[in-house]
Design a protein around this ligand. Structure first.
Ligand code: HEC
Length: 503
């Protein structure tokens, strides 16, 4: 008995020290960021600590004369400063990290903590095709993650740590929808972000919602002793149900994995975005809720996009499908559609073709917009345009001896470097902003920017920042009224906004 007490109290001490160390590491990371320190030590004397320039060197904040992209910045640093670079003995990727640092400062991408400040633009916002204003629909609670506008003008709202609720046409909230899957409150809040095990994630309507009333929810299902684990573990799960007034009824589990695949990795990277294609297949993104070596194992659900029928049946034409007698019973390979994803925080179908597109958050640099293809390998963690937060190359893929060629991976259609932290997006539809028809309206967290991207024939034709400094955008959806609804998260609360065309 005494031995047991000693083991338990010993573990508590170890866990407490580890949490404190992790907290310290995370909360002081920006101040120790190597490219920022290198810039201050080697470049600030001429270019200024704020990049605004001095008598000795030009301003770097505006578009530098010799080129704007991260690659062009790398070339200018090498061209103008080869001596300095040689003398400083930078570790190899530092030049790229410095280029990212300069471009992040120039695009004014704040730190994650800084991105919780927000401003709703007053008056008319001008943009390439449409001028518009931004209206506050209503304030929402902590950890807002997704919305689904209903055809009758009401809006379903998911707050990660609270659950599902309804906002009526006048902006009033109902209480929580009773009987929906449980959302667990946060364990801690770290610099504005919630660390959760058991979050509510996405909400999406069935394509034929008007006739069948099905609503799909993804959440991080949590268990503990009933999963044979001494501590809580979670995993993304998709359920569907209908609304009866303010009650969730007819609930059915549509996609889930073996309890063996539940992990203690917090839900920050769980993703859980749902979309439907024109043939009625459903898709769900699952982030890296595990160590990276599992992302390329087809038997695990992590780092993949899964495909299922609307009633939860598994399509036998999925690329890694295997008959039951061949398959490990705990394997989730039968629903895998694509893999090698990092954190696919956005998912939507192109209304013209039904093609499925996903946004993906890279590490530092290398955010992507991908066309999701059957059986596609998207490369993470072996191939990425990004760098690690410690200004080094991402070495995980090599360390794990993942062996596939770059040519076997599907490159992004759009690369965003420096990385704005892309979140969810929608294809624009409706009549209120005809100049944006079928364009992607893409939210971002750190950059607090709403992007508009036009893609035709696999190429980016137009790319515009519609609004900046708006706040951390979690979701963008088309309302039944043809207006664009944007859900943003602040430090402890959030707001639901809408874009209204200027008269
Ligand atoms: C001794 C002063 C000095 C230091 C130190 C210095 N620079 Fe420069 N840098 C300059 C000057 C002067 C130019 C303009 C050169 C020219 O136009 O011929 C320049 C040009 C550049 C440019 C191209 C700007 C443009 O408009 O295209 C970049 C990028 C740059 N420096 C980055 C850096 C970085 C990164 C460091 C630190 C590793 C650094 N510089 C250190 C003086 C300095």
């Amino acid at each position: 008995m005494r031995g047991l007490v000693r083991i338990i109290s010993g573990s508590v001490v170890v866990v407490t020290i580890s949490i404190a160390a992790a907290f310290w590491y995370y909360s002081t990371r920006d101040a120790r960021e190597p490219s920022m320190l290198a810039f201050q030590a080697h470049c600030a004397s001429c270019h200024g600590g704020d990049l605004k320039g001095t008598d000795q060197g030009p301003k770097l904040l505006d578009q530098p004369t010799s080129g704007d992209s991260a690659i062009e910045l790398i070339q200018s640093i090498e061209r103008y400063h080869s001596e300095l670079v040689a003398k400083a003995e930078f570790p190899e990727p530092m030049i790229k990290a410095l280029a990212l640092y300069i471009s992040e400062q120039r695009q004014q991408i704040p730190s994650s903590a800084g991105s919780h400040r927000h401003t709703i633009p007053e008056g008319i916002v001008e943009s390439q095709h449409h001028d518009f204003s931004v209206e506050l629909v209503t304030e929402v609670g902590k950890g807002p993650y997704s919305i689904a506008p209903l055809p009758d003008g009401r809006i379903l709202l998911v707050e990660k740590v609270r659950g599902l609720s309804i906002i009526d046409r006048s902006g009033q909230h109902s209480g929580l929808v009773e009987g929906a899957p449980r959302a667990w409150s946060e364990i801690i809040r770290l610099r504005g972000s919630y660390v959760v095990l058991g979050a509510m994630l996405d909400v999406e309507l069935h394509p034929a919602f008007a006739t069948n009333g099905w609503i799909y929810l993804s959440h991080s299902d949590r268990c503990q002793l009933d999963c044979g684990s001494p501590w809580p573990v979670t995993m993304v799960r998709v359920v569907r149900g209908r609304l009866d007034g303010n009650r969730w009824v007819d609930s059915e589990v549509i996609w889930s994995v073996d309890k063996d695949k539940y992990t203690v990795v917090p839900d920050t990277v769980a993703s859980g975005r749902i979309a439907f294609d024109q043939a009625g297949f459903g898709y769900v993104t699952v982030g890296g809720k595990s160590t990276y070596d599992n992302l390329h194992d087809m038997n695990t659900p992590y780092g993949k996009i899964h495909r299922f029928r609307d009633d939860g049946a598994i399509p036998t034409d999925n690329p890694f499908w295997q008959a039951e007698h061949l398959r490990d019973p705990t394997s989730s390979r039968n629903t895998v559609w694509s893999y090698g994803h990092r954190t696919a925080q956005g998912l939507a179908a192109d209304p013209r073709s039904g093609d499925i597109w996903a946004t993906e958050m890279g590490p530092r640099g290398g955010d992507e917009i991908n066309l999701v293809q059957r059986g596609g390998n998207y490369g993470w963690p072996l191939y990425t345009e990004g760098l690690d937060y410690n200004a080094e190359y991402i070495s995980i893929g090599k360390d794990l001896a993942l062996d596939f060629e770059f040519s076997d991976t599907i490159p992004p259609v759009v690369d965003f470097t420096p990385a704005p932290s892309l979140s969810n997006f929608t294809f624009h539809s409706g009549e209120k902003f005809p100049g944006w028809r079928n364009d992607l309206l893409v939210g971002s967290l750190r950059a607090q920017t709403l992007f508009r991207v036009r893609i035709e024939g696999g190429e980016v034709i137009e790319r515009e920042k519609l609004i900046t400094k708006l706040g951390r955008i979690r979701d963008v959806e088309m309302g039944a009224d043809g207006l664009v609804y944007v859900l943003i998260e602040h430090d402890a609360t959030g707001s639901l906004l809408r874009l209204v065309p200027a008269a």
